[in-house]
Write a protein that binds this ligand. Structure first.
Ligand SMILES: [Zn+2]
Ligand SMILES: [Zn+2]
Length: 664
């Protein structure tokens, strides 16, 4: 009789030919009801999978509480959507791929005549019908040639193409990870899944039947090139999401709506912070008010870095192609680089700052006495992102990286990383990001450098994290080919996670550029090199801040910190005087001398998200006061101009956070 070993280590004898569902039932009916799929000997499988084989089989039954359950639900829902599209649009529909993604799922369709947003409600309705049918997800393992004949006979060109690539194992690495829908088994079979009238080439697993989908929603339709290639046909991609409860779905939809209202592109336009123009797709135009915020961030950044012992440098934007060949960027990164010519020689626009920084290092001889050298550069870099992925400030083609390279003795790496971690903590908490996730990525299969170098660098990163008492997740084998690294993910007030900071111990560049320092023994040695960025792209960080704050910047960042509002034209003179006093004290204060009623002025200032409104009339003029209205806290009463000035200056100095509204 077959045996299974459960996660708690206990052994269970099961009947010959028992499925995972049977085992779940044997353990308890509660578990059987909650079961979604399982992990059998490390592989995700359907509940219908049969337990067999010599010796105990490792089995973990996954319920809707498990980490993988949501993506299994969502991927299953993608099949249901495909089945619904097939029912509604007939046999002429061709299917691309339909994976689960971060917050939901999608499926790519080639529908004669196309799909539109207003098709979504009837597709949803058809899906609800299929869910009510409790149609099983039925797996068939068939020889590759049979699968090909079946899909070909159905006119499924895209699936046939995928199947051929899968059989020949020619899927690109990224494609395999994100899009692989099937893989041939050792016995030359592939798996097909039938759901309602829809048959898909897929590895699974899926829910046992469509009745296990409690809540789903279709969100949008977008064009998408087959396999992301603009030379291939444009398909229609429907995005949707699914949850294990109606309440979870509802909360998700509320968050989406909030995200829409807080969209930095919309707030950036309303507050006149930046713009985009078709003359420069993916290149942000920063307006005066946007520059005020950026410069405040940079001023703060520079002061902190100066205090932390960094030197600042600036290296050129356009550099010889030979440099990029030497650094390896040309070989690994050229698709994302812009090229030009200088004096008829090939040059490139820098996508990263490192090679330029290395030339500065090489410019002088260095001694162990100078170590560690912390060299920072707010470098303007260009990367050719595909037009389809551009997204406001979050994904641009030109941005400023808050880069730094630390050159140090190998035994100094851990202390230097501790220093960077402290700096990261201080910066993120100043901006109000308290929910920070840290990941450590270790040596990948394809990598350069010796075991010893990797071991030393990785244990220094680990040691630094431990010394700072930071809990972190380890991503085994996920490091860059030249470096183990620590990545920082910050969570904003809408619960979305953004990767910003990174700390990498580079094992390649010091060799490639033959970096040396003179040691105590008077001989030349190789220094260690750490790359680090904290905010990542300053432009993107601004986008994240706008959405996190919903446009309500803390006082130190607000482009306009206060506006003086005279109740009538009679008091414009006094209002101007108040403005000048505060402006002279270094505050960014505006005056609204328009002839509209003060209520309208308050509404306008509120929409412009100005933190303080200072209303002045006869009483205020006489007493030398202002009536203070705080955008967040409401009416604060009357205060002398000097008292307001001192309080505001203190709020700026302390970089005090304002309450971040949960709502829009
Ligand atoms: Zn599937
Ligand atoms: Zn670098």
């Amino acid at each position: 009789m077959p045996k299974v070993r459960l996660p708690d280590g206990s052994l269970l004898e099961v009947a010959e030919g028992a499925s995972v569902a049977d085992v779940a039932n044997q353990i308890g009916s509660r578990l059987a009801q909650a079961a979604v799929a399982a992990r059998l000997n490390g592989t995700l499988v359907d509940l219908s999978a049969v337990v067999s084989g010599e010796g105990p089989q490792d089995l973990e039954i996954l319920t809707d509480e498990s980490d993988e359950a949501l993506s299994i639900l969502r991927h299953s829902t993608a099949h249901v959507m495909a089945a619904a599209v097939r029912r509604l649009f007939g046999d002429g529909v061709k299917f691309g791929i339909g994976p689960a993604i971060a917050d939901g799922f999608y499926y790519d369709f080639d529908v004669p005549g196309g799909l539109r947003d207003d098709d979504l409600p009837r597709i949803e309705e058809e899906m609800a019908g299929i869910v009510a049918e409790k149609a099983p997800f039925q797996r068939r393992d068939v020889p590759v040639s049979d699968a090909e004949a079946l899909l070909d006979g159905d006119g499924q060109d895209y699936k046939v193409e995928l199947l051929r690539d899968i059989a020949a194992s020619t899927l690109a690495e990224g494609e395999e990870r994100e899009h692989a829908e099937a893989k041939p088994e050792a016995d030359g079979t592939v798996s097909l899944y039938d759901t309602a009238e829809f048959t898909d080439l897929c590895v699974g697993p899926h829910l046992p039947n469509t009745g296990r989908i409690p809540a789903f929603k279709l969100e949008s339709v977008a064009g998408s090139y087959w396999r992301g290639d603009e030379r291939r046909p444009m398909l229609q991609r429907i995005y949707g999401t699914a949850f294990f409860s109606k309440q979870d779905l509802q909360e998700h939809l509320v968050r989406l709506e909030l995200a829409k209202q807080r969209d930095h592109r919309r707030i950036g336009k309303d507050l006149d912070l930046f713009s985009f123009h078709e003359e420069g797709p993916g290149f942000a135009f920063m307006h005066h008010k946007g520059m005020i915020v950026l410069n405040e961030i940079l001023e703060y950044w520079r002061r902190l870095h100066r205090d932390a012992g960094y030197q600042e440098i600036r290296t050129p934007t356009v550099l010889s192609k030979t440099l990029w060949e030497r650094s390896g960027h040309y070989e690994n990164y050229r698709d994302a680089m812009y090229f030009t010519q200088v004096d008829e020689e090939p040059f490139a626009v820098k996508p990263m700052n490192c090679p330029g920084g290395l030339l500065v290092y090489l410019n002088t001889k260095h001694s162990y006495r100078e170590m560690p050298m912390r060299v920072a550069e707010l470098g303007l870099v260009h990367r050719h992102e595909k037009s389809g992925v551009l997204h406001g400030l979050m994904r641009v083609r030109q941005f400023t990286q808050d880069d730094a390279h630390i050159f140090c003795l190998p035994e100094q790496i851990q202390d230097e990383v501790v220093g960077v971690i402290r700096l990261v903590d201080e910066i993120y908490s100043t901006f109000g990001f308290e929910d920070v996730r840290v990941e450590l990525s270790t040596r990948p299969e394809k990598s350069i450098g010796s075991d010893e170098m990797w071991e030393h660098a990785t244990s220094a990163l680990r040691g630094a994290l431990n010394a700072c008492g930071i809990s972190y997740k380890v991503n085994e084998g996920d490091g860059a080919f030249y470096a183990p690294k620590i990545d920082y993910h910050i969570r904003d007030c809408l619960g979305r996670s953004w990767q910003c900071g990174t700390i990498q111990v580079d094992l390649a560049m010091p060799e490639r550029f033959d970096l040396t320092y003179v040691g105590q023994d008077n001989a030349e040695h190789r220094p260690a090199m750490i790359h680090r960025a904290i905010l990542g792209s300053i432009e993107r960080f601004l986008g994240i801040l706008i959405e996190h704050y919903g446009g309500d910047f803390p006082l130190w960042l607000a482009p306009v910190q206060a506006v003086v509002l005279p109740v009538s034209e009679k008091f414009t003179g006094y209002a101007r005087q108040v403005r000048e006093t505060l402006y002279g004290a270094g505050l960014r204060v505006a005056l609204d001398a328009s002839s509209v009623k003060v209520g309208a002025k308050i509404r306008k200032a509120t929409l412009q998200k100005v933190p303080y409104m200072l209303v002045v009339g006869g009483k205020e003029q006489e007493a030398g006061t202002v009536s203070v209205r705080d955008k967040a806290a409401g009416d604060l009463g009357v205060e002398s101009v000097e008292a307001f000035r001192d309080r505001a200056i203190e709020e700026v100095r302390a970089k005090r956070l304002r309450p971040v509204a949960e709502g829009p």
